[in-house]
Structure formats: C-alpha cells, structure tokens
Design a protein around this ligand. Structure first.
Ligand code: HEM
Length: 509
C-alpha cells in the first residue's frame, strides 16, 4: 500500500497514515456504500462497512494535515458513519479501519485464513531493506524449512531463559561501557546534560545490536547517527514513495548495510548470528546484511522510544520514581556482590518496573498491524444482534492497537500513567474481562513479537542500573511532558514531539 507524502522537504518529511486519514476526513459520504449494498446480495444481517468517500492524493499532502491523533480519526469517523468498522481508500487501496476494542485484534486470529501478512513482509524486505524482489520471492516461497529454522533460532536465543540470561548479562556489559563513553562512569560530582531521547538511544541501540548481531558494532559510534537518518525515512521507503523523496534515506541505508558487512562485525558475531549464518549461509553476504538490517528495525525502532517513555514518565511522576527506586534498591541490597550483573530472577523481583514498561507500551504503542485480505470473510461485531461486516478480498486491514489500549471502557483513565496498573496479572478491565486480553503491544498470532521477553528484561535492567547508580533530574521541572509526535504515528512505538533535557551524574557509592 502507498502513503500520501509532502513534497516540500524530501527526506526530512515524515509521512503519516494520519495525514491520509485527516485528508480523507475532509470529504465523506456513505451514500456510495448504500448504493453498492443494494447491488450486491449479502447474507442476512451482514453489511458492508460504510465507506469514507474521500479525496486522498498521493503527493502534495502531508504534514499540514497531521494535526490530530490517528486514534481520534478512527473513533470520530466510526461515530460519524455510525459503524464500528469502516473503509477508506488510501491511494487506490481500500483500507479497513476497526474502532471496536473487541474486534481490533481479529487480525491476529490464525483461524481467519483470509488474512495474510506474508505479502507485507515481502514488501518490507524489498522496500525497507532493499533486497531484490525476486530474491525475496525465491526465499519466502521456496525456503519454508529454512524460515522455520531461523524462527526457531530467534525463539532459542531470545526466549529460552538460559540464553536470555546470557544476553541480559551482555546487555549489562554494554550499558557499563556506554556509561563510560558518556562520561558517567565516575562520581565526579558534576551534572552532565543530555537530550533524553538521544541519551536512551545511545544505551538502548547498542544494548540491542550487540547481543543481537555483533560486538563488532559497539565500536562503530557513527552507526547510530547513520541508522537514525535511515530510520527517519523508513515510513517513506515502506510506502514506496518516489526516489526523489527517499534518496537520502536509501543512501543512509546503504551505509548501514556496509557497516554490517565489516570484518569487525564478522569477528564479533553473537551466538545467535553464528547460528543464523549456518542456516542462512547459502544467501549472499549482502542479502544477509540486509535481512539483519530488518532485524535492527524490528528491534530498535520500538525499543528506543519504549525505553524513552518509561524514563520520561518516571521523571515526571515522583511517586512512581520513588517506588521503583525503592524496589531496585531492595533487590540490590540483597546481592552478595553489588557489582555483579542482575540475574533474571532478580529482575523478576522488580514487578513495578515491569508494570511501568507495560503501561508505557499501552499508552504509546502507535503502530498499525497491517494485513492484506485474500478472500471475503465476515467479521462479527460483539453485539449479539449487531451488524456483521463483510470484509472484502483485496482490502487491507489497518488494525490500530491504541483502539483498545486507550479505550475508556477498558482502561480506567487511559490518558493517565498509572505505574502499578499491571502489577496484578489477574486484574480485570472496566468491562469485567481480563485486562491483559486488551494489551497487545507485541502483536499476536503468527507474527507475535519474537523479542518480547528479551526486551522486557533489557528495559528493567537498564532502568535498574540508572535508578541505582545515576542521579537524574529534569533541567526544567516545570516543562510539560512531551506529547506523541504526530508526524510519526502509525509506524512503531510513538516518538516524542520534543526531547527534554536530562541532567545526570554518577552517584557517590
Ligand atoms: C518495546 C519493544 C518492542 C515492541 C513494542 C515490538 C512490537 C512488535 C510487534 C507489534 C510485532 C508484530 C508486527 C505485526 O504483527 O505486523 C513485532 C514483530 C517482531 N519483533 Fe518486536 N517489538 C519490540 C522489540 C523487539 C525486539 C527487542 C526484537 C528482537 C530481539 C524484536 C523482534 C521482532 C521480530 C523478529 C518480529 C517479527 C516476528 C514474525 O513476523 O514472526 N522485537 N514486534
């Protein structure tokens, strides 16, 4: 599918699904759907979702329309059209939007065979990683066993406790090294100033790519900036925007790919990558590097903003900060040697930190789960006697997680950061069903995030080290907390619309 873009500032312009949505919202009518329904014979009680007839040009709209939340677009349009499911055509593709928190996760149901994501995975490998389309088709269509083995490796290295434990140890070594690089290894009594997002990125990027790919990347300081340039334009690449708009992004991508093929990277390969190299060894080195770039995107584009929001919320919520700091100190005080890395068992004794992480994923997961529809199927709304919707072959479902995550009938005061909201795993939602059933920041079904266990420990360990060793304060405590950057919605965990200044110094031990 393709997204609308602004053409004024190629590459610095972000494309958003919101821009499309907001543009679409300028003109709408349901009359065409009603006419169509009369023509098409539908089973009893089944209707076509109303269609937002809209003017959505490909080029020439963009930032000027990005003036609201995708969430509001979805819920407001659903209300206007009086339907929990509606469609809108986005540059030629009929997209299905779902405003019902009980229906939005239908996309993850493996039982619905008419929903396909492989084509989008292929599209991402081609447009985003830059792998030749025929090589992608050949790999995805004819190497099912190899893909299964590669998935198994992910499971082994990022899910099995013994391996996650090793990786979490490696993460702590990386964090220790970065504290040094950032001038925070010694208690010299001096406050140092950082932009909070950049500060988090410095730790989280290397703490992820080291254990995931290679320690050889830890010395390539310039990879962060180059990768950031690439990541900024990823939505444009995925949208297959004209090359004029993606030139700089593609150039940054090529530089990252080169960095992933250096001899230092080869020499420092992680255990996971060594295993992967055996399984995928038949692929050309460059294709492998591009696939690894895709892994970095899956990892870093979510984990960096996620960790940022946890730190940011803690800095703005003294009560939560104190409670988490106390929890970490309690665990640390029991350690025989305080300098030893935290074990997974110790991190499991930090449920408040975990709850903060879950709460931030709830509040800031701003991505669509996109699925192509390969055959007609009927989507049943929750109301017993309510309408059932026909989802048509050839459409594209755009499931927006925040539809459930920010729904006031599910999560009490959804806009408020409640640091202990997820402390009790048996807690029920406002509608009486299990709270965690409505918490899906890692997707679901066949594409459930493979890194979800690893990242939940990585976040805890990073925050535990900071809370234990570093004094932190906001440069301007009266400054309002950042909001979601509207121009990046739809792609990953939301980015902030501004980067607050954090003052930090190593604590006297
Ligand atoms: C807060 C951090 C993260 C979030 C919110 C997140 C979220 C997600 C989501 C929503 C999906 C499913 C996409 C879809 O259904 O279309 C996904 C897939 C995936 N994630 Fe994550 N992720 C995170 C961190 C990570 C990390 C750290 C890794 C690697 C260590 C990782 C590796 C993957 C992979 C490989 C997939 C594709 C799974 C498949 O298609 O089989 N993710 N992630």
């Amino acid at each position: 599918m393709t997204l609308a873009t602004s053409s004024t500032k190629p590459d610095s312009v972000h494309v958003t699904l919101l821009s499309i949505a907001a543009t679409a919202a300028t003109v709408y009518t349901v009359s065409s759907v009603l006419a169509f329904q009369k023509r098409r014979k539908l089973p009893d009680g089944v209707r076509l979702p109303p269609h937002l007839t809209s003017y959505i040009p490909y080029i020439g709209v963009g930032l000027q329309f990005a003036n609201g939340l995708i969430l509001d677009f979805v819920s407001d349009t659903a209300k206007k059209l009086n339907a929990s499911v509606f469609t809108a055509t986005v540059n030629g593709t009929k997209c299905v939007f779902i405003a019902d928190p009980d229906l939005v996760f239908t996309v993850y149901k493996d039982s619905i065979k008419e929903v396909d994501s492989i084509s989008l995975q292929k599209q991402a490998m081609t447009t985003l990683s830059g792998i030749n389309r025929s090589a992608v088709d050949e790999f995805m269509d004819n190497n099912k066993e190899v893909q299964k083995a590669a998935w198994g490796q992910f499971h082994k290295y990022f899910f099995q406790s013994d391996q996650v434990s090793k990786n979490i140890e490696a993460v702590q070594r990386v964090i220790g090294g970065r504290l040094e690089t950032m001038g925070l290894s010694k208690a010299d009594g001096e406050w140092k100033s950082f932009h909070m997002f950049e500060f988090v990125r410095e730790f989280s990027f290397f703490a992820s790519v080291g254990p995931l790919l290679s320690n050889g990347l830890l010395t390539q300081d310039q990879i962060i900036e180059t990768y950031a340039k690439f990541e900024e334009g990823v939505p444009l690449l995925f949208a297959e925007a004209p090359s004029l708009l993606t030139r700089n992004t593609a150039a940054a991508r090529e530089r990252v790919v080169q960095m992933l093929m250096t001899s230092e990277v080869d020499e420092g390969l992680s255990e996971f990558m060594k295993a992967r190299k055996v399984t995928l060894g038949h692929l050309p080195k460059e294709v492998l590097a591009r696939m690894n770039l895709g892994l970095i995107v899956a990892t870093v584009s979510n984990s960096v903003p996620a960790v940022f929001w946890v730190l940011c919320e803690l800095m703005h919520n003294p009560k939560a900060f104190e409670a988490c700091a106390k929890e970490v100190k309690h665990v640390s005080d029991k350690k025989a040697n305080k300098e030893d890395p935290f074990t997974m068992e110790e991190l499991d004794e930090m449920p408040l930190l975990e709850s903060c992480f879950k709460e931030c994923l709830r509040m800031y997961q701003a991505s669509f789960s996109v699925r192509n529809v390969t055959g007609d199927f009927i989507l049943n709304p929750k109301e017993k006697n309510g309408p059932k919707y026909l989802i048509e072959k050839g459409t594209c479902i755009m499931a927006y997680t925040a539809t459930a995550h920010m729904h006031p009938s599910i999560f009490e005061n959804p806009e408020t950061f409640q640091y202990d909201r997820f402390l009790d795993p048996t807690k029920t939602a406002l509608n009486g069903k299990r709270l965690l059933n409505y918490w899906r920041p890692f997707g679901g079904g066949a594409h459930l995030c493979s890194g979800r266990k690893f990242i939940s420990y990585e976040v805890r360990v990073f925050l535990a080290i900071l809370l234990l060793k570093v004094d932190m304060k906001l440069e301007d405590p009266s400054e309002l907390k950042p909001a979601i950057a509207l121009d990046r919605q739809g792609f990953s965990i939301a980015h902030p619309n501004k980067d607050p200044t954090l003052l930090a110094k190593m604590r006297e031990s």
